[in-house]
Design a protein around this ligand. Structure first.
Ligand SMILES: [Zn+2]
Length: 258
């Protein structure tokens, strides 16, 4: 692990002076690796703020190409990127912001088959996917590999975010044991979204990740943070671990050796 250069000390000076961070905390960020799953509405601000803060390695998973309808919220990509892979514009935008960051891109859809291989190498995961199937795969894999996970979802004017530290607080499945039945919810393209909403929630994801990596503050473990942008209100719902949880409950723990 390389020490902070003079350029880095200047670049991050506004956060290094914060009590609880310091050069020690900045070094932790530099030595850390975060996987951002999805380079869309949530992944854009999350990856940008993680990169700006000096996280040393950022992995980005996305198999889609940029479409014009993405640009209203996915600020990693520009009009000139339409038709090109999102991981290409994501890497370029992040490198332009902070060339110190090592970017690793995965131009593939996260599946039950590749999730362990991709997630294994990272310290922490930021979930920025737009579908329930991937959300459950990410949760289950992170619990299995004991990786901390910041989980979020957005729709229309609202969103939610929670932080999962496996076996310390509830996982996504402790709270929502099963994916909703297909057809019982609106797909993102049907529901709609205001870009500033994933802008806020993705920024909260980045902040949660930064806190966990530095080891400061109180993460959203066992607390579901709900945001209603129409009324401009944050509310919080407490949630505990479910002993019957199929991935982190009693029987699951026996099989994973925790
Ligand atoms: Zn669980």
């Amino acid at each position: 692990m390389a020490h902070l250069s003079q350029e880095e000390k200047r670049r991050y000076s506004r956060q290094i002076i914060i009590p609880g961070i310091g050069e020690e905390g900045q070094q932790k960020l530099k030595d850390a690796s975060v996987l951002v799953i999805g380079a869309g509405g949530l992944g854009s601000p999350a990856a940008l703020y993680l990169a700006a803060a000096g996280v040393g390695t950022i992995g980005i998973v996305d198999s889609d190409d940029v479409e014009i309808s993405n640009l209203q919220r996915q600020v990693l990509h520009t009009t000139a990127d339409i038709g090109r892979p999102k991981i290409v514009s994501a890497e370029r935008t992040i490198k332009n912001l902070n060339p110190n960051v090592n970017i690793v891109t995965y131009g593939e859809r996260l599946t039950a088959d590749n999730a362990s291989r991709i997630i294994r190498d990272y310290d922490l995961v930021v979930d920025a996917v737009d579908n329930f199937q991937a959300r459950y795969i990410v949760n289950d894999t992170c619990v299995l590999l004991r990786k901390s996970l910041v989980e979020a979802g957005v729709m229309r004017f609202g969103g939610m975010v929670m932080t999962i530290v496996p076996f310390r607080g509830p996982c996504y499945r402790c709270i929502f044991p099963d994916p909703p039945a297909p057809g019982s919810y609106l797909a993102p393209g049907e529901a709609g979204i205001i870009g500033a909403v994933p802008g806020m929630i993705g920024s909260i994801e980045a902040l949660e990740a930064i806190k966990l990596l530095i080891g400061t503050g109180e993460p959203l473990v066992g607390r579901l943070l709900l945001f209603d942008g129409l009324d401009m209100r944050f509310t919080e719902v407490s949630a505990g671990r479910n002993p019957e949880c199929p991935v982190c409950g009693k029987t699951a723990r026996a099989s994973t050796g925790a």
